[in-house]
Design a binder for this molecule. Structure first.
Ligand code: ZN
Ligand code: MN
Length: 267
C-alpha cells in the first residue's frame, strides 16, 4: 500500500516514526467556507489549498496536516464579502489562535519545519500573527530551532505563466475570486464537484480602492465571483498546479532542504 502524505489518513504510530526520523516538513493547508459563485462549492479554498499542499508534499517529501476549514471573513474586494449567505467565517482573533495552536502542537510532536499553504486571500496576515506569537512563546520555552514558512499558492505563478493563462489581460489575484485561476484548478482536480454549465460570464467587478463597512452589497457582482471564469479550462488548471508546485518547492528548497543537505553533508 502506498503511504498517504496526508497525516489525518495515517495511524499515529506511522506518523510518530516519520517525525522521529527528524527533518520532517509539515504543510498546513488554510482554506475557507466561502461562496464561489453558482458553479463551485463553498469549500473550494479548502480543496485547492489541500491539493496544492498534496502536490508540494509529493515533490519535496513532506507531510500534509488536516486543513483549516474555516477562514477569516471574506472581504468584498477579494472574496465578494462576508454579507453573502453560505460564506461562514471566523473572527481574526480565532484564526490567530488556531494558527498559534497548530504551530505549537506540531512543535510538541517534534516537528521543527512547518509551512502554512494558504488558499484564501484574507487569511494571510492572521496566520502570520499566530505564527509570530507561537515562535515567541517557543523561544521563551527554550525552543529556538522552530522555523515556519507562510505562503499563498498563487504567488508562485510567474509573469510568463500569467501572460500564457490570461492572453486577454490579467486583472490581479484579488479579483480572481471564482474566476479563471480557481475554476481551472477545480476543472483539473475536482471536475465532479463543479458545474461549468452554471458559470456566470459577467464583466469583472468594479470596486473602489477603499473599503466601506457595512458593505454596499450592490458592489459585488450578482454571481458572487469577482471576474468571469468563462476562459477557464482543465489544461490551464494543470499548468497552474505544476508551475505553483515547482515555485513552492524551490522556496522550500531554499529555506529548508539546503539546510537538510548541509546537515547531512557535515555528518
Ligand atoms: Zn477561493
Ligand atoms: Mn477565498
Amino acid at each position: 500500500m502506498r503511504r498517504s502524505v496526508f497525516i489525518e489518513e495515517l495511524d499515529a504510530f506511522t506518523y510518530r516514526s516519520e517525525i522521529e526520523k527528524g527533518d520532517s516538513i509539515v504543510l498546513i493547508p488554510a482554506g475557507s467556507i466561502e461562496q464561489h459563485g453558482p458553479h463551485m462549492p463553498l469549500n473550494t479554498d479548502v480543496l485547492l489549498s489541500q491539493a496544492m499542499a498534496g502536490s508540494l508534499a509529493e515533490t519535496v517529501k513532506a507531510l500534509v496536516a488536516a486543513p483549516l476549514v474555516y477562514g477569516y471573513k471574506s472581504q468584498q474586494r477579494s472574496g465578494g464579502g462576508n454579507h453573502l449567505a453560505g460564506t461562514t467565517s471566523l473572527d481574526a482573533s480565532t484564526i490567530i489562535a488556531i494558527a498559534k495552536t497548530l504551530t505549537m502542537e506540531h512543535a510538541r510532536h517534534g516537528v521543527r519545519k512547518v509551512v502554512f499553504v494558504n488558499g484564501h486571500y484574507e487569511n494571510y496576515q492572521f496566520l502570520y500573527e499566530g505564527v509570530d506569537l507561537a515562535i515567541q512563546e517557543l523561544q521563551l520555552r527554550g525552543i529556538h530551532d522552530m522555523k515556519v514558512m507562510l505562503l499563498s499558492y498563487w504567488d508562485f505563478i510567474d509573469d510568463a505563466t500569467i501572460s500564457e493563462l490570461y492572453p486577454e489581460g490579467f486583472t490581479g489575484w484579488d479579483l480572481e475570486h471564482g474566476g479563471v485561476l480557481e475554476t481551472s484548478l477545480m476543472m483539473h482536480l475536482y471536475a465532479d464537484k463543479i458545474d461549468i454549465e452554471r458559470i456566470a460570464d459577467l464583466p469583472p467587478a468594479v470596486l473602489p480602492n477603499y473599503d466601506i463597512l457595512p458593505v454596499r452589497p450592490e458592489l459585488t457582482p450578482t454571481s458572487g465571483c469577482l471576474s468571469s471564469a468563462a476562459n477557464a479550462s482543465p489544461e490551464k488548471g494543470e499548468i497552474i498546479l505544476k508551475r505553483a508546485t515547482v515555485g513552492m518547492a524551490a522556496a522550500l528548497e531554499q529555506e529548508f532542504l539546503q539546510q537538510r543537505k548541509v546537515a547531512s553533508d557535515s555528518v
